[in-house]
Design a protein. Sequence first.
Length: 255
Amino acid sequence: MEFIDTHTHNYDEAYAGCEDEVIGRAVASGVTKLLQADVDSKEREAMFRLCERHPGVLHPMLGLYPGSVQADWKEEIDAMLPYRSRGVVAVGEIGLDYHYCEDTRDLQKEAFRTQLELAAQWDLPVNIHLRDATEDFLTIIRDCAHLGLRGNLHAFSGSLETFRQLERYGDWYVGIGGVVTFKNSGIGRQIADFPLDRILLETDSPYLTPTPHRGERNESSYIPLIAAFIAERKGISIGEVAAQTTQNAKKLFGI
């Protein structure tokens, strides 16, 4: 079986000194491609160097994370531009986060719109971070529907109704990670209702570790645990989940 982790951070300091070992475990577990989410200029060069050390396995995104949006956000986006030619597969992770960053909501909305326009200009999908800002997010996506956007909501924990609203404004998928396996998880209860051809697998490692490894550092080798949970809830085989989600990821990200 082949899997793809569509959102991870293998360049994070949590993996300092053991990046190659962690990536090796992922590949050994069937996770053949690991998409690296960009955050800001402080970590970007380390991400690209790691991707270049693992060609064909690690694939970089390029974006300004909402938690990194400050008054200098335009300069931060300008700093992204020289990296465009270095194998970028998506603009991400971008979006809105009012949970931790409510005081910058207006700046976030500006930066988000600008990066959606950049994704359309580059003909790339977007990888979305969304927390406690669904109404503003849907308003912006609706306003930008003319851009012909495609992408996914990473670490999706919303409702099927929210996803159906989003589908009206582009070609969208949901990224499902370790949270789906948590006890009393809303997305865990609803995942059976989501169409398999709209689901991507992800870890967001080193964060959001799936059961039974909660409390430990997450890594991409745990993707089969997430796939197995989805398969059980849908009453299908893990092979079916692996095949369809891998096809979804290859189609969306062009990998």
